[in-house]
Design a protein around this ligand. Structure first.
Ligand code: NAD
Ligand code: TDX
Length: 336
């Protein structure tokens, strides 16, 4: 099988490409990635010289390129992860979010339809559901109420994918996963940002009162769920992915400080994110019962291993945090 993975140099994509090479060694993976600030080819260094990993630098919105790649490599299935992924960036500048997440997805869907792709896996997010009150969890039937430009753009792409199934008969499966953590996550997201700042004895910016809740899943568990959804998911269906691991932001930040032996005086409560969703929680019953998926990591193990990884791999994050990232980082923190 020949699979086109988009966004394969980002956090989840790079972990997924390596996971697929191990789990399905007979497959060829064509990795289409624009290499924005969030994409780093170095992350895939161990695949150098692997003839079954073909990297192509390019935009998912480039129809000509996508058509060419699909024909050249005889692509059977698409796993679509390429996206602008950071909520705070979408608040500062939504254009790229609409271009990549909405228009890019539409182009990819069209190319897949014309090519007769056997399966299109749309990697969506729990943020499409908006925010929860103190109880309950999102099911696949929860209303879609996205709050940020990021989540609105992801909801658009999620619905476009489903529309391509209902209208044109494209074989689409949509997954909606909760917050991921693990190795190779860009240090603009909560967990790696806090680790990096703590290692530098810099303030740890906690938005609002720190009581917002996210539901965390180790990236390897997301990858195993994506493979299960690709192989066993039913066409036209949506599958929530989550590990029943709700945590308040402030508790995560304190846990990181504890693991690093750093003082809680580094915590700095800053102005809240505009439109900040209060709580996410995923009900993963459908993927567990229908497809037999279960996560392998507990949050306690996973966060410990992840913090350790960032301590041991400073060279990786120091390099990805240079240049374009610096400019964004400065703008972002001037506003708080
Ligand atoms: P990321 O920002 O780390 O990586 C995104 C990748 O997409 C980068 O390699 C980037 O270069 C590439 N890219 C961006 N625009 C592109 C374009 N126009 N054409 C081709 N490549 C492009 O993101 P991530 O955290 O790895 O998320 C991957 C996917 O999973 C996204 O679709 C995201 O919405 C979804 N998701 C993420 C999480 C999470 O917690 N990180 C949770 C649920 C779903
Ligand atoms: O500096 C910070 N301080 C802070 O308090 C940052 C960066 C975040 N936060 C808070 C905001 C959120 O409540 O931590 C929580 C997590 O924030 P992010 O890491 O930015 O993730 P989130 O906004 O929850 O979105 C993530 O999960 C769903 C991913 O970035 C999305 O791509 C995914 O779809």
């Amino acid at each position: 099988m020949n699979v086109l993975v988009t966004g394969g140099c980002g956090f989840i994509g790079s972990n997924l490409v390596k996971y697929l090479r191990r789990a399905r060694p007979e497959w060829t993976i064509v990795n289409l990635d624009k290499l924005t600030y969030a994409g780093n080819l170095e992350t895939l260094k161990e695949l150098e010289g692997d003839p079954q990993h073909i990297f192509v630098r390019g935009d998912v919105a480039n129809r000509e390129l996508v058509d060419h790649l699909m024909a050249l490599h005889g692509i059977d299935a698409v796993m679509h992860l390429a996206a602008e992924s950071h909520v705070d960036r979408s608040i500062l500048g939504p254009d790229a979010f609409v271009k990549t997440n909405v228009l890019g997805t539409q182009h990819l869907l069209e190319a897949s339809r014309e090519r007769g792709i056997k399966r299109f896996l749309m990697v969506s997010t729990d943020e499409v559901y908006g925010s929860l009150g103190p109880t309950g969890a999102f099911t696949e039937h929860s209303p879609l109420q996205p709050s940020s430009p990021y989540s609105a753009s992801k909801t658009s792409s999620d619905l476009l994918a489903l529309a391509w199934h209902h209208t044109y008969g494209l074989d689409v499966v949509v997954t909606r996963c909760s917050n991921n953590y693990g190795r190779y996550q860009f240090p603009e997201k909560l967990i790696p940002l806090m680790v990096v700042n703590a290692l530098h004895d810099k303030p740890l910016p906690v938005y609002g009162d720190g009581a917002n809740v996210r539901d965390w899943l180790h990236v390897d568990d997301h990858c195993s769920a994506l493979l299960v959804a690709l192989e066993k998911g039913r066409a036209g269906q949506v599958y929530n992915i989550g590990g029943n691991s709700e945590r308040r932001n402030i508790d995560i930040v304190k846990a990181i400080l504890g693991l690093l032996g750093k003082p809680e005086s580094l915590i700095k409560f800053v102005k809240d994110r505009p439109g900040h969703d209060k709580r996410y929680a995923i009900d993963p019953t459908k993927i567990r019962t229908e497809l037999g998926w279960t996560p392998a990591h507990t949050f306690e193990q996973g966060i410990q291993a992840t913090v350790r990884w960032y301590v041991d791999n400073a060279a990786w994050w120091e390099r990805v945090m240079s240049g374009a990232y610096r400019q964004y980082f400065d703008t972002q923190y001037k506003t708080r």
